[in-house]
Design a binder for this molecule. Structure first.
Ligand SMILES: [Cu+2]
Length: 114
């Protein structure tokens, strides 16, 4: 379904460094991942291959959750009504499942790298 897929956003964190006429511009992509009612929204995160991506996990539940993924080698606790940021990538194309360790039966998702 379309609304379960992430929009890939180029976040406004553009860094400009100017040294002796040298200018470097780096844009970091950020995706928002919402936890609500012990579910992940969107449940499918599409990201481009071979690119570092920042995921801001926003927990709208009053209870803590832990983002966990063996395939992504990530584990992060998000307190109730709190936020956390993780970085993933650069990754090869494929599917990388994740789940909420405190509610693993409902809180499930997958990062799809294309
Ligand atoms: Cu864990």
């Amino acid at each position: 379904m379309k609304n379960t897929h992430s929009r890939f956003l180029i976040f406004s964190s553009i860094v400009v460094i100017s040294l002796f006429g040298y200018v470097a511009i780096a844009a970091t992509a950020e995706i928002e991942l919402i936890i609500k009612d012990h579910l992940f929204f969107p449940a499918v995160l599409e990201i481009p291959a071979k690119q570092k991506v920042r995921i801001r996990i926003i927990n709208q539940d009053p209870t803590p959750e832990e983002f966990e993924s063996f395939e992504l080698n990530r584990e992060k606790i998000i307190v109730g009504n709190g936020q956390a940021v993780i970085f993933i990538g650069p990754l090869e194309p494929g599917r990388y499942p994740f789940f909420g360790e405190f509610n693993p039966k409902t809180a499930q998702g997958v990062v799809v790298v294309k």
